[in-house]
Design a protein around this ligand. Structure first.
Ligand SMILES: C[S@@+](CC[C@H](N)C(=O)[O-])C[C@H]1O[C@@H](n2cnc3c(N)ncnc32)[C@H](O)[C@@H]1O
Length: 220
């Protein structure tokens, strides 16, 4: 994929996300989001880490997909042969993730209808990878800190954590009460216990609708 196409796809998906945030207060908003994105491929950020190489000599690979949404990231790891734990508080998401898995993949798919805050973290195995794309910013700061700690605890040493967070320069969103926005400085403490393999700040759009996002690939 050329750089221009990558930037175009990234910008379009971020604009779609900002549209969703405005309607976060009800489940119908998510239904709309799922419909719009149902045929989207998995996020390009997954291609920036060589998962297939890392896992090639491993019998069982456990992946946690937090805020699984349409299930495209869960599907990516199921196709790779991983055991996937897909968590989402929206029932429709759980259904969509299930629909994306083929019959032979279903035994490796664990669907968990729960919020991240109320998730029974102790019942989960340790993970080789945790994916949280466009999901953690919907937590309050306190809950984000709690979930961030749980993720670190549940990652195996050397495990990979891929996350996106919204930046504080976003202007197209008016739901700041329920959404966590980070400045570059606020991102730093979150990286403390990780080796940063990839970190990019994306800033695009117009004066009226700035999209601002951080993409992170971290290793415990
Ligand atoms: C913007 S979508 C992202 C979906 C997918 N990760 C993607 O990148 O396309 C956010 C998803 O996170 C889920 N979500 C948001 N806050 C959550 C929470 N506190 N606990 C569990 N799921 C949550 C929503 O239901 C939604 O499916």
């Amino acid at each position: 994929m050329t750089l221009a196409l990558y930037i175009l796809v990234t910008t379009l998906s971020l604009i779609t996300l900002i549209y969703v945030i405005k309607f976060y207060s009800n489940q119908m908003a998510w239904a709309q989001y799922y419909r719009r994105n149902n045929n989207m491929p998995h996020h390009n950020l997954l291609l920036k880490y060589p998962f297939a190489d890392k896992f090639k000599n491993q019998n069982t690979v456990n992946i946690l997909d937090l805020g699984a949404g349409n299930g495209q990231e869960s599907k990516y790891f199921l196709d790779m042969g991983c055991h996937v734990y897909a968590v989402d508080m929206n029932k429709m998401s759980i259904k969509l993730v299930n629909n994306k898995a083929s019959a032979d993949q279903k035994p490796r798919l664990n669907l968990i209808h729960s919020s991240f805050e109320k998730l029974d973290w102790d019942s989960l195995p340790d993970f080789d990878g945790v994916i949280a794309l466009h999901a953690l910013p919907f937590l309050s700061k306190q809950n984000l800190d709690y979930v961030w700690n749980k993720i670190q605890h549940k990652l195996k040493p050397g495990g990979i954590f891929i996350a996106t967070l919204f930046g504080d320069k976003v202007t197209a969103v008016d739901s700041s009460e329920i959404t966590m926005f980070h400045s570059l400085e606020e991102i730093q403490p979150l990286l403390e216990n990780y080796k940063v393999l990839f970190a990019e700040e994306l800033l695009s759009g117009t004066d009226d609708a700035v999209v601002h996002c951080f993409e992170l690939i971290l290793q415990k």
